[in-house]
Design a protein around this ligand. Sequence first.
Ligand code: SF4
Length: 319
Amino acid sequence: MNIILTNPRGFCAGVKRAILIVENALKVYKKTIYIRHELVHNQYVINTLRQKGVVFVEKIEQIPDYSVVIFSAHGVSKKVVQEAVKKKLIILDATCPLVEKVHIEVSKSSEKAIETILIGHRGHPEVEGTIGQYNNKNGKIYLVDSIEDVHNLSVQNSKKLNFFTQTTLSITNTKKIIAALKNKFPEISGPNKEDICYATTNRQIAVRQLSKIADIIFVIGSNNSSNSNRLAELGKETGTFTKLISSFLDIKKKWLKNVNYIGITAGASAPEILVTEVIQYLRKIGAHKPIEMIGVREKKIFKIPKKLLNIKTILDENG
Ligand code: SF4
């Protein structure tokens, strides 16, 4: 059995930044750090932070006044920010800058009362945060998740219409939805390239290449991770037997019968340690040393908020 590792895989710049924000906050604040929602959608990361004393909550009302709160990488609505301000919380925003970029655009649409369509998955926290940037009663924001949604959608003014997308969608499906939108509303405006981020794009391209060689693909990631799910769907679409696994413990030996090439990738929120553990397990049951595929070298780095770099400010805030 041969192991092939895709490149790039695992942590993206947005996830690295979010974790760095929490680690810095833990070092300098002398109080409990609360995180609204899972910082990133990976159980290993969440458990590790929990062990370090971080408390995860779903609602701002669960946090005592004057506490420190970190918003997850998926971003939050304006309403959530207002609730945090009202409780006089110290806010550290771990929203990925690429999600923030979409927030800014949706806010501009909202200010101008331009009807706006967001392509994204219902119920995903990023989608809730992005929709929550639109708060103009004279306009409206609509969510579409499929071509069927586009067919069922009616707007008030199709001549003045914007669209944006969630950052972690399938490239191919999103292109189809955008084509359906442009077909139905020829005057719609949107980003030149959809808002799908570089990390999602690069990982999907790498899985497509991997599928040409691998007999089986393991996508390492949690089952609530949007970008990991999209990688698993893509693997299946290519016809390669593909499994989303949260760790080596999910692997069933029967899957590896008559398998020559095992392809491994990891979603943008899955740490490399999970990949290492999968490799160790496969080596134990007879696989050769892994081969790294050549792929795009990601150089993106997102800075953490200045506030966290200025330890003096933080110590003053702590009293
Ligand atoms: S997957 Fe993309 S949008 Fe999400 S945190 Fe990573 S870089 Fe940001």
